[in-house]
Design a binder for this molecule. Structure first.
Ligand SMILES: [Zn+2]
Ligand SMILES: [Zn+2]
Length: 321
């Protein structure tokens, strides 16, 4: 993620800022990828702190307009959890916008979001027919950490959920192309395999012993659809770690050149080399504060090949699909 110029004074603005350091209200224009000092602000600004601009006074921004269902505000912490979930969504939508997904120049279907809070029953995350369902309850760190431990996952965040579930939606968009489907099945296997049975087997019997050779996570080994979603989420993690590193003004010997833009890099292997090296180094930095690793994963040869495949299709992006 880029760091932004303050439109009314000195200093830098960060993606989630609602005001400048001296308190001037600002809003983010997702089309220009820049902050503006004037309304119209998103109609959700006061309720969930959305900092995007709206097309007109009283309207939702481009991101909030994709949310068809908001959580029941009577449920505990539903509004602050929803706010955090929408912030993760805006971040990921902006990332995908670098490859033109869901921007005005993208002629295809946009995702519709159902943001649900756990009530009498748990809100199951998933994607179906363009609808992405997210449990905002997982924005609660205790809920999320409990589930992370129960599932033995090394990493679980709202931005990770958002990338994973939107990746299913992107697969659905790409699957409208015959050439994508044929290439996908060659790389990931046949997604027509019984999904319910595959997931049941994954949870009852666990992954195969050598899953790490072929998959980024054990969950990715459960079914080709999950392998795609996990791989695409990781591609987005790795590109964005690298982009944020550059935007923060940091550098390392692996950087190809000054002002390098990771989202514009066509060579996936070169990009992954930089991203993996940076991740290892930032893991080391995090340990100095006793924090978990930034990126607690290893890229095998097979997972690199899948990341190359995903990168090629996502970079070609929305145009013409
Ligand atoms: Zn908004
Ligand atoms: Zn999934």
């Amino acid at each position: 993620m880029k760091a932004f110029t303050n439109p009314v004074g000195p200093g830098t603005l960060w993606f989630h800022n609602l005001t400048t350091a001296d308190g001037t209200p600002v809003a983010y224009d997702p089309q220009a990828r820049a902050f503006l000092p004037m309304p119209p602000f998103c109609a959700n600004r006061d309720i969930i702190g959305c900092n995007w601009i709206a097309p007109e006074q009283g309207a939702f921004c481009r991101s909030c307009a994709m949310t068809a269902l908001a959580p029941d505000p009577e449920l505990p912490n539903a509004i602050p959890n929803w706010a955090e979930t929408e912030a993760a969504k805006r971040w990921v939508l902006d990332n995908l916008g670098r490859w033109h997904w869901f921007r005005p120049e993208d002629p295809g279907t946009r995702p519709t979001f159902h943001m649900l809070a756990d009530g009498h029953q748990l809100a199951a995350m998933g994607h179906g027919g363009g609808i992405v369902t997210i449990s905002v309850s997982e924005a609660d760190p205790v809920v999320r950490e409990t589930r992370r431990e129960a599932l033995s996952e090394p990493y679980r965040t709202m931005i990770g959920h958002m990338r994973h579930e939107i990746a299913h939606m992107l697969w659905w968009r790409l699957s409208l192309r015959e050439d994508f489907l044929l290439a996908f099945r060659e790389m990931f296997g046949d997604e027509r395999a019984d999904y319910t049975a595959a997931l049941r087997q994954h949870y009852e019997q666990g992954p195969s012993q050598d899953w790490e050779l072929f998959h980024l996570t054990s969950y990715a080994s459960s079914h080709p659809h999950e392998d795609w979603a996990e791989t695409a989420a990781h591609l987005l993690h790795l590109v964005d770690i690298t982009d944020s590193f550059v935007a923060a003004g940091m550098t390392s010997p692996e950087m190809p050149r000054y002002n390098w833009d990771p989202y514009s890099e066509p060579d996936t292997h070169a990009l992954l080399h930089v991203a993996a090296t940076l991740a290892t180094r930032i893991n080391h930095v995090n340990r100095s504060m006793g924090l978990p690793d930034l990126y607690p994963f290893v890229l095998s040869e097979a997972t690199r090949r899948k990341l190359v495949f995903v990168h090629g299709w996502l970079r070609r992006g929305a145009q013409g699909l």
